[in-house]
Write a protein that binds this ligand. Structure first.
Ligand code: FAD
Length: 375
């Protein structure tokens, strides 16, 4: 068995790395994408357009929509290089990883024509309207309602923890369209323009940084029926697929590994806990191995295997182990905003919550992967 990357894959990696070097702002960090000032937003869009110009933006899309049916491995390489650089795509990583694939899979021809060109050009921001105050891990309990009235769905309710809601032009919104059906059977997906009357976005103040998360309120928002993705009440199977992609999508281990490497190089001579640093490096490599196994599964069409969940667990362990090494070395300096240890601590906090909590991932590994009973 040959474990090496092929010459084409190595060339792809080098191309993506060069685009980042040439176009990403030198002061870009993984926290920039949460804060998102207009300057950072413009810089992020420049990177996305440069990736598109270099044909490394959407190679995994089908050829008929501007991609070249590239392998899941090529998608992984792009993800590794961009996450390793602090994800200068900003929220647009979601567009290519799962928003567009969902539209390609379930959208009408008109919807594909409407939404895909702007995503393919690296020029549009989406947000993910899933979580609600009483529906997080148990997402299918969501209550935001959409009632059909003529040519519109009238949407009422509230979403919470929405990243990028303050800058997004569209929301990939989960709504309840049948309150009488079993909870998984009454959910639909609406592709909602964020400038419709009745939508209000409020920042949720958080330790992660300004504008990292938001609430979105919907008060009698009239969403045209042609914004329905897939079938009415048939949203859940598509969402499950989308979430599986999201779980493998983020190559956090690559960024954590580079942060650790950088920190070890820049530390002044002195007592470094080499065992802890070695363990942190091993955690990053374990997460990488799990991610590769998950990609292999996805390539083989096993979208619902537990390796995607195990990858999330591995990423949490890697981020935390690196945070521990950096903060132990930095001491009190780790509490100073902008210090690499502070940054790593802050990045490692939400990773065990966003995109599905650590406990829920472990539970899924136990049930789907190890065949253990629910209790
Ligand atoms: C930085 C950040 C960004 C986010 N961005 C978005 C976004 O853009 N869009 C969006 O829709 N959401 C977003 N979220 C929300 C995120 O998806 C939810 O916070 C997450 O799904 C958990 O839901 P919850 O907060 O309601 O916690 P709960 O589900 O209420 O969980 C509370 C606690 O109970 C535990 N728990 C719950 N169920 C079980 C179980 N069955 N077994 C064991 N333990 C369990 C959890 O592990 C957790 O510790 C974001 C969150 C964060 C932190």
């Amino acid at each position: 068995m040959d474990f090496d990357w092929s010459p084409e894959e190595s060339h792809l990696r080098a191309t993506v790395r060069q685009v980042v070097l040439d176009h990403a702002p030198p002061d870009w960090t993984s926290r920039s994408r949460d804060v998102f000032t207009p300057e950072l937003l413009a810089a992020s869009k420049r990177v996305c357009r440069a990736l598109a110009d270099a044909y490394v933006w959407i190679p995994h899309w089908p050829a008929e929509y501007g991609g070249r049916d590239a392998s899941v491995w090529e998608q992984l390489i792009i993800g590794e290089e961009l996450w390793g650089a602090g994800e200068p795509r900003g929220p647009q990583y979601m567009n290519t990883n799962w928003v567009a694939p969902a539209i390609i899979a379930a959208g009408t021809e008109a919807q594909r024509d409407r939404y895909l060109p702007a995503i393919a050009a690296g020029d549009v921001l989406w947000c993910q309207g899933f979580s609600e105050p009483d529906a997080g891990s148990d997402l299918a309990s969501l209550r935001t309602s959409a009632v059909r009235e003529g040519d519109s769905y009238v949407v009422n309710g509230q979403k919470i923890w929405t990243s990028y809601a303050h800058v997004a032009q569209h929301c990939f919104l989960l709504v309840r369209t049948d309150a009488s059906a079993k909870k998984h059977d009454g959910i639909s997906i609406l592709l909602v323009p964020m400038d419709l009357p009745g939508i209000e976005v409020r920042e949720v103040t958080s330790i992660i940084g300004p504008h990292a998360v938001h609430e979105i309120f919907f008060a009698d928002v009239r969403v045209p029926v042609d914004c329905l993705l897939g079938e009415e009440n048939g949203g859940w199977p598509l969402i499950r697929k989308v979430l599986a992609h999201e779980r493998v999508g983020a190559a956090r281990f690559e960024r954590a590994s580079r942060v650790l490497d950088q920190a070890m190089r820049s530390l002044p001579d002195g007592p470094v806990d080499e065992v802890a640093a070695g363990r942190a490096f091993a955690a990053c490599e374990a997460a990488r191995a799990l991610a590769y196994a998950a990609v292999q599964d996805r390539g083989a069409g096993r979208d619902r295997s537990a390796t995607a969940n195990a990858t999330r667990v591995g990423n949490v362990a890697a981020e935390r182990a690196v945070a521990r090494v950096l903060s132990d070395e930095a001491g009190q300096q780790a509490l100073v905003a902008g210090d690499p240890a502070d940054e790593q601590l802050t990045v490692s906090l939400p990773v065990s919550i966003s995109s599905g909590t650590l406990e829920v991932q472990l539970d899924l590994v136990a049930r789907l992967g190890l065949d253990l009973p629910r209790a």
